[in-house]
Each structure stands twice: as C-alpha cells, then as structure tokens.
Design a protein around this ligand. Sequence first.
Ligand code: HEM
Ligand SMILES: *[C@@H]1O[C@H](CO)[C@@H](O)[C@H](O)[C@H]1NC(C)=O
Ligand SMILES: *[C@@H]1O[C@H](CO)[C@@H](O)[C@H](O)[C@H]1NC(C)=O
Ligand SMILES: *[C@@H]1O[C@H](CO)[C@@H](O)[C@H](O)[C@H]1NC(C)=O
Ligand SMILES: *[C@@H]1O[C@H](CO)[C@@H](O)[C@H](O)[C@H]1NC(C)=O
Ligand SMILES: *[C@@H]1O[C@H](CO)[C@@H](O)[C@H](O)[C@H]1NC(C)=O
Ligand SMILES: *[C@@H]1O[C@H](CO)[C@@H](O)[C@H](O)[C@H]1NC(C)=O
Ligand SMILES: *[C@@H]1O[C@H](CO)[C@@H](O)[C@H](O)[C@H]1NC(C)=O
Length: 326
Amino acid sequence: MGRSSSAFSAVLCLLLLLSAGYGQLDYKFYDTTCPNLTKIVRRGVWSAIANETRLAASILRLHFHDCFVNGCEGSILLDESIDFKGEKNASPNRNSVRGFEVIDAIKANVEKACPSTVSCSDILTLAARDAVSLAGGPFWFVPLGRRDGVTANETAANTDLPSPFESLGNITAKFISKGLDSKDVVVLSGGHSIGFAQCFTFKSRLFNFDGAGNPDPILDESLLTSLRSVCQNQDDSNSNLVPLDSATSSKFDNSYFKNLVNSSGILLSDQTLMSDNKTAALVLNYSKYPFMFFKDFGVSMTKMGNIGVLTGVDGEIRKNCRVVNK
Ligand code: HEM
Ligand SMILES: *[C@@H]1O[C@H](CO)[C@@H](O)[C@H](O)[C@H]1NC(C)=O
Ligand SMILES: *[C@@H]1O[C@H](CO)[C@@H](O)[C@H](O)[C@H]1NC(C)=O
Ligand SMILES: *[C@@H]1O[C@H](CO)[C@@H](O)[C@H](O)[C@H]1NC(C)=O
Ligand SMILES: *[C@@H]1O[C@H](CO)[C@@H](O)[C@H](O)[C@H]1NC(C)=O
Ligand SMILES: *[C@@H]1O[C@H](CO)[C@@H](O)[C@H](O)[C@H]1NC(C)=O
Ligand SMILES: *[C@@H]1O[C@H](CO)[C@@H](O)[C@H](O)[C@H]1NC(C)=O
Ligand SMILES: *[C@@H]1O[C@H](CO)[C@@H](O)[C@H](O)[C@H]1NC(C)=O
C-alpha cells in the first residue's frame, strides 16, 4: 500500500469518525439509524404516566441518579451481578428509586424498531425530558449518542448522590464535583415540583429538630399540622408518602419555588435554599417568573445529561438495560 493511499485511508477514517459524532453528543445521532426513536420514547412515557401520574417524577429522578454516579451511562439500570453490586441497593436508591419497568418497556419497543442501536442511557435521558414536558413543564432538545457503561458502583452511589440531611454547602460541593454549579442546584431542585417523599426523609423537622422536642421553627404552621397527620412520631409511618410540592404535586410548574418563599418546602435541603442570599434571590425569581424557571431548567438538565457520558467506541449498546451484554 502506497504512502498516499494510506494517508487517504486515514483521512477517510477521520471523516467517518466525525460523521458518527465520535467523542461528542449530537442532536441528529439516530436520525438515520432510528428515525422513530423520539416517538417511541414519548409514547412509552405517555402511557406510563396515563396509568400512574407519579411515574413522571420517578423517571426524572432515575435520570438524575444515573448521571450523578459514574456519569449518564445507565449504571443505575443494571441489576446486581456476580461482577458488581448494583446501585439499586445503595441507600439513596433502595426502596426509593422506581420506574425501571417503564424504561424496560420502552427499550423493548426501541429494540423492535432498531435492534442494538440505541443506548439505555439515551433512552433514559429522552424519557426524563418527556416526563417533564408531559407533566406540564418545559421541552428542550436532547443531544444523543451516549453509550452504556459496563459496570455499576454502589459505593459511588452512596457517596456522590446528595442527601436531604446535608448542608447546602455540601450539596453544592457535590454538584460542583460533577461540573455543575450553585445555580444548577437551585434550578434542578425545581424537579421537586413533582413526585413524593417518604416521611423519614424530613421527619426530623416535624418532631425533634433541636433535640428538645421542637419542630423546625421555619416550617409553616399549617403545613406542619398536615405533615404530622401523615407522618406520625413513630417508625411505622416512615415510608408514608407526602407530595414534594404540596400545592400542585402532579403538575410541573414553579409552585415549588413559591412554597419555599412561604416556608412550605418539604425537605430540609429544599427549604435551605432560602438560607443563603444568593440562592434565595434565584428562588424568588423563579417563584415570580415561571418562564425563567422553565428556560433555565432545560439548560441545567442538558448540562446534567452531559455528565461523564461515554461516546464513540467506549462502553456498549446494551440489549437489555438490566444486564451488561455477554
Ligand atoms: C439537590 C439535592 C437533592 C436532594 C437532597 C434530593 C432528595 C430527594 C429525596 C430525599 C427524595 C424523596 C425520596 C424518597 O422519599 O424515597 C427525592 C425525590 C425526588 N427527587 Fe430529589 N433530591 C435532590 C435533587 C433532585 C434533582 C436534581 C432532581 C431532578 C432534576 C430531583 C428529582 C426528584 C423527584 C422527581 C423526586 C420524586 C420521585 C418520585 O416520586 O418517585 N431531585 N429527592
Ligand atoms: C416509523 O413509524 C411509522 C409509523 O408511525 C412506520 O410507518 C415506519 O415504518 C417507521 N419507520 C421505521 C424506520 O421504523
Ligand atoms: C398500571 O399501574 C399499576 C400500579 O399503579 C400496575 O400494577 C399495572 O401493572 C400498570 N399497568 C400497566 C399497563 O402499566
Ligand atoms: C467506585 O466509586 C468509589 C467512590 O467514588 C471509588 O473510590 C471506587 O474506585 C469506584 N470503584 C470502581 C471499581 O470504579
Ligand atoms: C459536610 O461534609 C463534611 C465533609 O464530608 C462532613 O464532615 C459534614 O458532616 C457534612 N455536613 C453535613 C451537614 O452533612
Ligand atoms: C404558600 O404557597 C402555596 C403555593 O403558592 C400556597 O398554596 C399556600 O397556601 C401558601 N401558604 C401560605 C402559608 O401562604
Ligand atoms: C443576607 O441578607 C440579609 C437580609 O436579608 C442581610 O442582613 C445579610 O447581610 C445578607 N448577607 C450577605 C452575605 O449578603
Ligand atoms: C432575577 O431576575 C432579574 C431580572 O428579572 C435579574 O436582573 C436578576 O439578576 C435575577 N437575579 C438572580 C439572582 O438571578
């Protein structure tokens, strides 16, 4: 083979890699290989929500918990195997994250239309977008081309995901370590506009916040009374559910931020956004300008959806979202 023809092959190779979107995400990634993808995903999310409204929230959270652990590469979807412990059993996830069946059902339909072509991590990212928009929230375009990881990390799920008992400083540090910032903490906390929390995640605010038997003095009185009726001061109510946005729990809107302004946030980590002047100013803006929240939410979700993605020849396209390919 001559010198010029090998140079030619190298150039051709480079062009092919570029057109495949090598190393970066691309809005048109599946346009020729799976043209019906976005329709299939949206229909799957729609039918799940039609059956159970809460699944919109559950799918959104699943995407967040995927991205914060080893990046958005579908590791949270993997069941435990002989090679690794699953993230599903990590403390922020166990008996808490849900919606796996929805992703399985969508993946099965996508495999029928375009076998071994679309990653589980792209499906989850699109599904989270559709969950938000079908719940009445904003729509944004999702760049695609993520590939699926081949392992899960239970330890990383325990250490990297924020906890509702942490300080704002610690939560912000976790976001920063993922390439996000303090504004993203406020904007993305707006995900709590939909869905539910179990009593144990905020119960310390209701009964013994100060160690002397008093509730969190910031918590609105009438909300306190209604929360205490669902979450009694005994362990058997620990998994009872309370809407994270007491005003409009199944509609994705800015009332989460209005609640924070009038001391009606559920999690301590929610209400604490009002304890810092910088984040409080942003909360106040979103409480007044829903359009500003919607626009910023799409931007921050896109940033979160790009955390640690695998592209090009890294990872794989899983056949079944729960197991690594043979
Ligand atoms: C800022 C730090 C965050 C903390 C400390 C936090 C904490 C929590 C907790 C404790 C729950 C209740 C879980 C349970 O009781 O089983 C929850 C639910 C939820 N979180 Fe977050 N979260 C955070 C950020 C986010 C982000 C960034 C999103 C998405 C953009 C999100 C979306 C959700 C949704 C939608 C639910 C309800 C899920 C359902 O009903 O199935 N959260 N979160
Ligand atoms: C896309 O879906 C339409 C029906 O909605 C179908 O007619 C068409 O064959 C599908 N295209 C591909 C490539 O699967
Ligand atoms: C609808 O939701 C219920 C639980 O709320 C579940 O048991 C059932 O399997 C779901 N049906 C479909 C078709 O997804
Ligand atoms: C899992 O995550 C932990 C914490 O981030 C890290 O120390 C460890 O090296 C990871 N394990 C693997 C196998 O990547
Ligand atoms: C914040 O993080 C530090 C270092 O990990 C830890 O010592 C501290 O207890 C955390 N604070 C809260 C409120 O979680
Ligand atoms: C707080 O705001 C919410 C949502 O706007 C509203 O439903 C609720 O009544 C308000 N509570 C108080 C005490 O003003
Ligand atoms: C935060 O705002 C309060 C009043 O709302 C003010 O007293 C305080 O000085 C402000 N702190 C900073 C660091 O700006
Ligand atoms: C709040 O919105 C106004 C515009 O309406 C803007 O000038 C200001 O910088 C915003 N504040 C924050 C903290 O984003």
